[in-house]
Design a binder for this molecule. Structure first.
Ligand code: GLU
Length: 460
């Protein structure tokens, strides 16, 4: 059997990290098993769905490398198919028209609440052998209700939550088509999961309540339901369910803030799944290890500091040549076009950065003017050090431009002036790089343009 999974987002808000984790696991499971990953856009809520939200979903998945094999399928484009299946359900006697008005439904609910019963449809219009239904009211368009099985239980072995059993008596007859004939949410999902031959539904646990209803619809259609895995919620740093309303950022913002796709995948993977104590792993390792047996049962909490740390680990481990184009993109946003030095610059500075934005901040000193702070200037570029800076400038002007020659010029200067390395290195860093805290001076200077170094040293 080929594994077929899907991600079925509703494009009703900008997709955030909590949502995209529901894409990561089905994607990983498909990739880990040589299966197929389907993207389906659940856009039937016309008022709340938007193309902009669809774009962020697709862009975010592309950035994270969560490539889909089939789709995107849009539910709004599948209405004819849902209606055809609905007609089959009508023909097979699995649905019935219900003419109960809103007012009657409200009255029913109030009666049930007063009796301390769970509000539910009471089956007034459900046909039964020997039951006489009331006359059909004139001019009322009915909804169609699904004849939920009576008695017995609906059970499934959830890959996250374990065995879940719901008594059919707790489920009332679900409306599966509105008076205008449009099918409702749970019905469309089942038709899609059948048509797309989904074998494993991996989704947020806010859908657990829908599952027994969906399973009953599957069976009415003569199909066995897929395997279900319901993922616990992702909480934000305040411990609330992550949502746009309480400040969650769209996924693509992390790209703009300098996070690496592999680091995001690593971080999100750990947010609800584990492989022993492993915290840092590559995409390939993740896919090698991933299965549905180690999904976490409790809600995971987002932690931006940890995400930054994970990103820093990936940044350090990343090949300089692969890092350079990502940093070049960040530099372009500052109006800077990088050159072939960038990979080496990345190599020199990546250890002290946690994002590509921070790395671009360092790289900028090689391509654009620097502006040392007045305090750092005053502290390091003192009158006493001016003669040594003059000597160094002369030596560097005459030097070949490689690390060994630059290092020799620095050493000769400190010997000639009887000073210590930091006394010379700090002011040079402040003038050339705009800050006193940099990696080893000869390595930094070597990557700078010789003329730039001389010009900046003159500005003392
Ligand atoms: N569209 C649903 C959501 O965004 C997911 C439905 C499903 O995965 O079955 O929450």
């Amino acid at each position: 059997m080929t594994v077929r999974t899907r991600f079925a987002p509703s494009p009703t808000g900008f997709i955030h990290l909590g949502n995209i984790r529901s894409a990561l696991y089905p994607w990983a499971f498909a990739r880990a098993t040589g299966g197929v990953f389907v993207l389906r856009i659940e856009d039937t809520d016309l008022e709340r769905s938007s193309q902009a939200a669809v774009d962020v979903i697709i862009e975010g998945m592309k950035w994270l490398g969560l490539d889909h094999d089939e789709g995107p399928f849009y539910q709004m484009q599948r209405m004819d198919r849902y209606k055809a299946v609905l007609a089959e359900m009508v023909a097979a006697g699995h649905v019935y028209p219900c003419y109960m008005s809103m007012a009657e439904l409200d009255a029913l609910r109030e009666r049930q609440m007063a009796n301390k019963e769970k509000p539910r449809y009471d089956g007034t219009w459900r046909p039964e052998p020997g039951k006489v239904l009331q006359p059909v009211p004139e001019g009322v368009k009915p909804v169609l209700r699904f004849k939920n099985p009576q008695g017995g239980v609906v059970a499934w072995d959830d890959k996250v939550k374990g065995l879940i059993e719901i008594r059919n008596d707790e489920l009332d007859d679900l409306v599966i088509a509105r008076p205008d004939g449009t099918p409702t949410y749970n019905f469309c999902v089942v038709v899609d999961d059948i048509d797309m031959a989904i074998t494993h539904v991996i989704r947020g646990d806010d859908h657990v309540n829908n599952t027994p209803r969906q399973i009953n619809i599957f069976r009415a259609l003569g199909k066995e339901p897929p395997v279900y895995a319901h993922l616990p919620t992702v909480l934000n740093e305040q411990g609330e369910k992550m949502s746009k309303r309480n400040g969650a950022k769209p996924v693509t913002q992390y790209r703009d803030e300098g996070y690496l796709p592999d680091a995001m995948v690593n971080y999100l993977a750990r947010l609800g799944w584990s492989h022993g104590d492993d915290e840092i792993f590559s995409r390939a390792q993740f896919l090698e290890w991933f299965n549905l047996d180690h999904l976490g049962r409790s809600a995971a909490q987002f932690d931006e500091a940890k995400l930054r740390w994970v990103n820093a680990q990936h940044l350090k481990a990343m090949d300089d040549a692969a890092l350079a184009p990502l940093v070049a993109e960040q530099l372009l946003k500052r109006g800077i076009t990088a050159d072939e030095r960038l990979a080496a610059i990345c190599g020199l500075f990546k250890d002290r950065c946690d994002t590509t934005v921070a790395l671009a901040g360092w790289a900028a000193a090689f391509y654009a003017d620097v502006a040392p702070s007045a305090e750092e200037r005053a502290q390091h570029v003192t009158p006493a050090i001016q003669p040594a800076l003059a000597t160094l400038s002369e030596k560097l002007a005459a030097s070949a431009w490689n690390k060994a020659s630059i290092s020799a010029a620095i050493k000769e200067t400190i010997t000639a002036h009887g000073i210590k390395m930091p006394q010379l290195a700090m002011p040079v860093r402040v003038l050339v790089m705009g800050t006193a805290q940099t990696p080893s001076l000869d390595a930094v200077l070597e990557l700078q343009n010789q003329q730039t170094v001389l010009t900046r040293l003159q500005n003392r």
